[in-house]
Design a protein around this ligand. Structure first.
Ligand code: SF4
Length: 510
C-alpha cells in the first residue's frame, strides 16, 4: 500500500510528518512521491493563521479532485483544531487525525482501509475522526528526514504556556511539555551516528525547555525555573533563581541539555530555533561559547519594540531589556579566539497589532534598526479565533500595515548585507544542499563567461534552513569535501567568502 505525504506548516509539523512516515512504514505502508500512485494521501496541515488554514484545506480538496482513487487523510494542526466541524462539511476527506498522539496513525489508517491486509497488530479505528489528548511529546523512528541531506530538526518540547495574546498554538498544541535530557541526547547520538551534521533544535519556545508542569530534568522536578530575562539583575544571573541561601542559581534546564549534548562525540553542529526573549536563560551562553559545535545562531522573535504593544501581546519585556539581552549574547561570542567572532541573530516582528499607532510602530522600527539583526521576518497581525487579541479593538488599517511592513523590510534589506560583509575574505564551513547544473548550452549561450568550475547551493552556520539566504559555491571538479569525497548534497566544504549579494554570499571552495 502506498501513501503520499503532503507536508505543510512549520518545522515542528515537519517532524510530525517524519514520524507519521515512520509509523506507517512500521505497518507495511510505503511512501511514494507520486500522488497518482498513492492509495492514501496524507495532508499534514497547518492551522496557525487564516492563510495557512486555507492553504491546507485547498490541498485536501485538490488532492481528492486530482486523485479520486486515493483516500485523503487530513492530519496536523487544522485537523487537531477543527476535526469535528470539518468532518461534517468535508465528505472529500476520509479521515481527520489530530496530532496529540501520532503513534495511533497505523490503527487509524487501518480503519480507513477495512479490506486492506492488516499489518502489525492492527486495531482498526472505527471513527473517521481521532483527536487524542495533547500529552507528552511524540517520539518514534524517523527513517526518512524531509530536510536537505545531513540536516535534521530535533523537537525538544511540545505545546506552550506563554499564551501570547495573538497566538493560537497553545489552543492547538496544548500545555508545555518537554522531553528528558537523556532521551534528546540519545536521539542526537543516534542522528550523528547516522551521519547527520546539522541538528536544529526546535520547540515553540526553547527557553522554556524543562519548565512545564509535568517536566523533570534527569528525574528532578524543575517546575517554575523560568528565568525572567528582563529583570535588570538577570544580566548576571545564570539560569534559575538564586537559591534562598544565595548560593549559585541552579542551571537552567536548557543549559543542562546543552551540556549533555556537548559531552557527545562527533563532528556535528547544533542550532537553536525559537527562543522567547522574556525568559532567555543566559547560562546557555558560556556552555555554547565553550563548544564550537554550538552555532551562535539565535532565533528570538521579539515581535515589537514598543512596551505597550508588548504588554498587550502578553509579553513582559521592552526595547531596553531586549537590547540588553542582544548585547549580552553578542558579548558572549566576541571574546578573542572565539572561532565565530560574531552572532547571527534572527527575529520576527508582528505589525498591525490592535492598538499599534504611528508612534508605537516607530518605536518598533527604531528597535529593529538598533539591534541590527542579521535576519528578520515581518508579518501582519491576523485575527486568530480564540486568542485574546481577537477581541481587541483599535486595529490599524490594512493600508497602514502594508506601509509599516514595507518600512521594516527596507530596514532589514539594508542591514543584512552589512552584517554579511563581516564574512568577506573569511573561510566558513558550508553544508551543500544541491548542485547547480550548468548545461553546455547555457555555458555556450551565456553573455558572461561561465567558468569551467561547478556551482552548488549550500548554507553556512549563519544561515538557518528555509528562512535565510544561501551560499553560492564555486568549486573545481577535482576538489573534494571535508570527508575527501566528491562534492555533492550533504558535503561539508571550507570556502572563502568572495562576495555578498543581497541575502546570499558567494564563496569559493578552498
Ligand atoms: S511563545 Fe507565544 S507565539 Fe510562540 S508558540 Fe508560544 S504562545 Fe505562540
Amino acid at each position: 500500500m502506498l501513501f503520499f505525504l503532503d507536508q505543510h506548516g512549520c518545522a515542528k509539523n515537519q517532524v510530525d510528518g517524519e514520524l507519521i512516515i515512520g509509523y506507517l512504514r512500521e505497518r507495511g505502508w510505503e511512501r511514494t512521491d507520486d500522488p497518482d500512485a498513492a492509495d492514501l494521501i496524507v495532508v499534514n496541515s497547518c492551522g496557525f493563521i487564516e492563510s495557512a488554514k486555507k492553504e491546507s484545506l485547498d490541498a485536501a480538496l485538490t488532492a481528492h479532485a486530482a486523485h479520486p482513487r486515493a483516500k485523503v487523510l487530513l492530519a496536523g494542526c487544522l485537523a487537531e483544531r477543527y476535526a469535528d466541524d470539518l468532518a461534517e462539511g468535508l465528505p472529500e476527506v476520509a479521515g481527520f487525525f489530530g496530532n496529540g498522539d501520532l503513534s495511533k496513525i497505523g490503527d487509524f489508517v487501518a480503519g480507513l482501509f477495512p479490506d486492506a491486509p492488516k499489518a502489525g497488530g492492527a486495531d482498526p479505528a472505527t471513527s473517521p475522526v481521532l483527536v487524542s489528548p495533547q500529552e507528552g511529546v511524540c517520539v518514534g523512528e524517523r527513517p526518512e528526514i524531509l530536510s536537505f541531506p545531513r540536516s535534521v530538526y530535533v523537537k525538544i518540547t511540545e505545546g506552550c504556556d506563554n499564551w501570547c495574546s495573538f497566538c493560537a498554538i497553545p489552543l492547538i498544541r496544548g500545555r508545555l511539555r518537554s522531553r528528558s535530557v537523556a532521551e534528546i541526547v540519545g536521539e542526537c547520538r543516534d542522528l550523528v551516528g547516522r551521519g547527520y551534521y546539522e541538528l536544529n533544535f526546535i520547540g515553540q519556545d526553547l527557553a522554556a525547555f524543562g519548565t512545564g508542569d509535568g517536566d523533570s530534568v534527569d528525574g528532578e522536578p524543575v517546575a517554575d525555573r523560568l528565568v525572567d530575562a528582563n529583570a535588570p539583575g538577570s544580566r548576571s544571573s545564570a539560569g534559575g533563581e538564586a537559591a534562598e541561601n544565595g548560593s549559585a542559581p541552579a542551571p537552567s534546564p536548557l543549559s543542562r541539555l546543552l551540556r549533555g549534548i556537548s559531552a557527545l562525540e562527533g563532528d556535528f553542529r547544533v542550532r537553536l530555533l525559537y527562543i522567547h526573549p522574556d525568559h532567555f536563560p543566559r547560562d546557555i551562553l558560556p556552555v555554547m561559547a565553550a563548544d564550537p559545535r554550538f552555532l551562535p545562531y539565535f532565533d528570538i522573535p521579539f515581535q515589537s519594540g514598543d512596551g505597550k504593544i508588548l504588554a498587550a501581546m502578553n509579553r513582559r519585556g521592552d526595547a531596553e531589556s531586549y537590547k540588553r539581552l542582544v548585547e549580552d549574547i553578542r558579548a558572549a561570542f566576541a571574546a578573542p579566539g572565539n572561532p565565530y567572532g560574531t552572532v547571527a541573530l534572527r527575529t520576527t516582528i508582528l505589525s498591525g497589532f490592535p492598538g499599534e499607532t504611528d508612534e508605537s510602530f516607530e518605536a518598533t522600527a527604531r528597535f529593529l534598526a538598533d539591534i541590527r539583526p542579521m535576519w528578520s521576518g515581518s508579518f501582519a497581525w491576523s485575527e486568530e479565533e480564540g486568542t485574546k487579541a481577537a477581541d481587541m479593538k483599535k486595529r490599524p488599517t490594512k493600508k497602514a500595515v502594508k506601509v509599516r511592513l514595507d518600512t521594516l523590510l527596507e530596514i532589514q534589506r539594508r542591514i543584512t548585507p552589512e552584517r554579511l560583509s563581516f564574512f568577506m575574505g573569511k573561510t566558513v564551513d558550508v553544508l551543500v544542499e544541491e548542485l547547480i547544473p550548468v548545461s553546455e548550452e547555457s555555458r555556450d549561450g551565456a553573455d558572461v563567461d561561465i567558468p569551467e568550475s561547478r556551482l552548488a547551493l549550500g548554507r553556512a552556520w549563519f544561515q538557518a534552513p528555509e528562512v535565510d539566504g544561501s551560499v553560492v559555491l564555486q568549486f573545481e571538479d577535482n576538489q573534494a569535501d571535508s570527508a575527501g569525497k566528491p562534492i555533492g548534497p550533504g558535503s561539508v566544504v571550507s570556502a572563502v567568502v568572495m562576495n555578498v549579494n543581497g541575502v546570499d554570499v558567494e564563496a569559493v571552495v578552498r
